[in-house]
Design a protein around this ligand. Structure first.
Ligand code: 13P
Ligand code: SF4
Length: 368
């Protein structure tokens, strides 16, 4: 009879393979075969070179897009480092593969650069759920509070804020403001807000919105999965519900989760964030096993639906068309951009750039 450990190992191998197989066959809205995709990738590379353009991609985009960014001298990063890289790189043309707030941030921080996106339709549930017409009066009603907004917001909401933060620095910024005796108005993600409130003890008034992707992670399913893989460490993005975060060994932004996956000595990780992150995790730690956290309980036909529909709109075809025709330029109202620049600068000035986002396979920070 098989003992528990080897049964678990077998299950683990099967699950890891499941993730790899899934990523390899993830349905793309395309009619192109492999050769045509290769050809398209090469055309995009040529256009990037000819136009001296740089591709700035988020960890949640299709692995094919992430690989293109890396191969062409662009960057794959979290939302904070995308913003910094876009601002600091020499290119005059930026192609931002992510969601709209990332394109808007790049445009605000780099007024002299042309910023294009494969699609301008790619938004974010947090941005949608925090419209400026209701957010501004809410701020006015609580004018004694410092307004801190997550980067996943519109330019208008950023323009109304004192601070913009990403999940990489949110905790540290709130600690800093709390130490100065400030009371906080936080928007829009309630899970991240509650997590920071609990960690820091700061006085925080929370807007009530959530990420439709992370909201789906289920504590019960995670509990069952952890029982199957008792040696696995749980990595969770702080947009996940508190019941999930309370089970996590590491809570952090996308880049912090990738760093944890590389730095921790453990071999197996259950990951509660968008599955696009597996590309970078497996590239940097090919010997480790990554399992996607469950979103739908044991009986569901899909193991996990952890895939942002808006990030998924960044296809190769859309990228080629955008580059060729210089379509989908991001425009931000000048007055709003000027106002939003202030809290965005604070965000970048508060944090040091991180080098590990540029790591290639088999490198570690010590190699740099
Ligand atoms: P990061 O800032 O961690 O990259 O997160 C952005 C995001 O949209 C998470 O859902
Ligand atoms: Fe927005 Fe969630 Fe998509 Fe991130 S994963 S861009 S928070 S909807």
């Amino acid at each position: 009879m098989m003992n528990d450990k080897s049964a678990n190992d077998e299950r683990l191998t099967a699950d890891t393979q499941l993730v790899r197989d899934y990523l390899a066959t993830v349905p793309r809205q395309t009619s192109l075969d492999a050769d045509q995709r290769d050809e398209l990738r090469n055309k995009i590379k040529d256009l990037l070179t000819a136009k001296r353009a740089v591709l700035v991609a988020h960890y949640y985009t299709d692995p094919e897009i992430q690989a293109l960014a890396e191969e062409t001298g662009g960057i794959v990063a979290d939302s904070l480092e995308m913003a910094r890289f876009g601002r600091d790189c020499e290119a005059e043309l930026l192609i931002v593969a992510g969601v709209r707030f990332m394109g808007e941030t790049a445009s605000i921080l780099s007024p002299d650069k042309k910023v294009l996106m494969p699609t301008l339709e790619a938004t974010c549930s947090l941005d949608i759920a925090c419209p400026i017409d209701t957010f501004a009066p809410f701020c006015d009603q609580h004018s004694d509070r410092t307004v801190v907004v997550y980067a996943n917001t519109s330019a208008a909401v950023k323009a109304r804020a004192d601070w913009v933060v990403t999940s990489s620095i949110a905790l540290d910024v709130i600690e800093h403001l709390k130490a100065k005796g400030e009371k906080i108005l936080w928007a829009p993600d309630r899970h991240l807000g509650r997590y920071i409130e609990e960690k820091t003890g700061a006085d925080m008034l929370l807007w009530d919105a959530a990420c439709i992707v992370h909201e789906e992670f289920k504590a019960k399913g995670l509990f069952d999965m952890k029982a199957l893989y008792p040696d696995a460490k749980i990595l969770a993005h702080p947009e996940s519900p508190s019941s999930v975060l309370s089970m996590a060994d590491v809570v952090g932004s996308t880049s912090q989760l990738i760093k944890a996956a590389c730095d921790l000595p453990d071999q197996t990780f259950i990951v509660a964030t968008d599955q696009g992150i597996f590309y970078k995790m497996q590239q940097l730690a090919p010997e480790k096993k990554f399992i996607i956290a469950p979103t739908a309980g044991n009986d569901a036909t899909c193991r996990s639906c952890a895939s942002c529909p808006w990030m998924g709109m960044n296809s190769l075809e859309a990228m080629y068309d955008t580059l060729l025709n210089e379509r989908n330029e991001v425009h931000v109202n000048e007055e709003l951009a000027e106002q939003a620049m202030k809290p965005l600068r604070r965000m970048l000035d508060f944090s040091e750039p991180v080098s590990y986002t540029h790591l290639r396979a088999h490198e570690t920070e010590a190699d740099l």
